[in-house]
Design a binder for this molecule. Structure first.
Ligand SMILES: [Zn+2]
Length: 305
C-alpha cells in the first residue's frame, strides 16, 4: 500500500567529496529502497528546487551567505570538513529546501520523510562538521514565518550534539531543542540547548531508550505543532564515528518512540536523516530507510487538518 505522506529527495544530494567517511550515495539508496518496496511511487517523490537566498537568510548571516554563494574559502566556510566547492555547497544547501518541503507536507498530512538533511552542526555565521546550511533551523523558521506552525520542537537523536541548532534557537522560546547524544564525542565543547542529554560511551539500547523516554516528556510538554526529527544513524554499534552501541532493533524502537509519540498527540512530524558512518554503507541505508518507512506508514493524523 502506498503512503498517505510524501517522501522528499533529490538526485542533487549526491556529490563528489573525495575519499571521505561520509557516503553521499546513501540518499539515493534510501529513496531506492522505499520506492522499491512500493511504499512510494517514483513519480510521487517530491524533488526540491534550490533554496532562495531569502529562505537561507531566515537563519544564516549575510556575510556567510556571500561566502557560500561565491564558494569562497574564508574562516566561515573553512570550518566545514567538506570541500569548499560550488558543487558541494549546492548539494548540501539543497537539503534546506528539502526539509522545508517535508515540514510543509508533514503539517498537511501529519508526517513526511526527507531522505536528506539533518545538518545540525551549521551555525548562523559559519559551517561546521559536514554541514554548510542548517536545514532543520531553516525549515523551523520558514514554517513559523508562513504561519503554518507556531511552536516547533527539534528532536535531535544523532550521536553528535546538534550544536548549530542549539545555538540558533537560544532565546527563541517557541522552538524547543532536544539533543540526546554521546557526551564524549564531537563537538567539544557542547552548546547549550533547551535539553541536552549526554550519554556514556557504549550506552546500549536499554539505557538509551530509558533516557529518550524521559527526554521526550519535555518535548511533549512543549506542545509543538511540528517536530523536526533528526534521526542520525550514527548511534549504531558499528558506526565509525559513534560510540553508543545501539542495535538495529534499538534504533527502530527509538524511531517508534518519536514518530508514534507524535502521531498519538496529533503533532506533525518530519523526518530528516543526519549522520551515518557504519563500516558497511548498507547498514546506514537500512537504518535510515527504517526511519523513513515508519514515518511514511504513519496514519494521516493532523489535529487541525
Ligand atoms: Zn553525527
Amino acid at each position: 500500500m502506498t503512503s498517505p505522506h510524501r517522501l522528499v529527495w533529490s538526485p542533487g544530494y549526491a556529490c563528489d567529496i573525495g575519499p571521505h567517511v561520509f557516503p553521499t550515495s546513501k540518499y539515493a539508496a534510501v529513496r531506492d529502497t522505499l520506492v522499491g518496496e512500493g511504499l512510494v511511487r517514483a513519480g510521487d517523490v517530491l524533488v526540491p528546487k534550490p533554496p532562495s537566498r531569502a529562505l537561507l537568510a531566515l537563519v544564516h548571516e549575510r556575510a556567510y551567505l556571500d561566502d557560500l554563494e561565491a564558494a569562497a574559502p574564508t574562516p566561515r566556510t573553512l570550518r566545514s570538513e567538506l570541500p569548499v566547492t560550488p558543487e558541494v555547497i549546492a548539494a548540501f544547501s539543497l537539503c534546506a529546501a528539502g526539509t522545508t518541503l517535508a515540514a510543509r507536507h508533514a503539517l498537511a498530512t501529519g508526517a513526511a520523510a526527507h531522505a536528506g538533511g539533518g545538518l545540525h552542526h551549521a551555525y548562523g555565521g559559519h559551517a561546521e562538521g559536514f554541514c554548510y546550511v542548517n536545514d532543520l533551523a531553516v525549515a523551523a523558521q520558514a514554517m513559523r514565518e508562513e504561519g503554518l506552525a507556531r511552536r516547533v520542537a527539534i528532536v535531535d537523536l544523532d550521536v553528535h550534539q546538534g550544536n548549530g541548532t542549539a545555538s540558533l534557537f537560544r532565546g527563541v522560546p517557541e522552538v524547543f531543542t532536544l539533543s540526546l547524544h554521546q557526551e564524549r564525542n564531537y563537538p567539544m565543547p557542547k552548546e547549550q540547548g533547551d535539553l541536552d542529554v549526554g550519554l556514556e560511551d557504549g550506552a546500549g539500547d536499554d539505557a538509551y531508550l530509558e533516557a529518550l523516554d524521559a527526554a521526550l516528556e519535555a518535548v511533549w510538554a512543549h506542545a509543538p505543532d511540528l517536530v523536526l526529527y533528526q534521526a542520525g544513524a550514527d548511534p549504531f554499534h558499528d558506526d565509525q564515528l559513534g560510540g553508543l552501541a545501539l542495535s538495529f532493533e534499538g534504533l527502530e524502537r527509538r524511531d517508534r518512540r518519536v514518530i508514534d509519540g507524535c502521531v498519538a498527540r496529533g503533532i506533525a512530524v518530519a523526518v530528516t536523516l543526519g549522520g551515518g558512518y557504519a563500516r558497511r554503507t548498507e547498514d546506514t541505508v537500512r537504518i535510515h530507510a527504517t526511519t523513513c518507512r515508519l514515518a511514511l506508514e504513519a496514519p494521516a493524523h493532523r489535529r487541525n487538518a
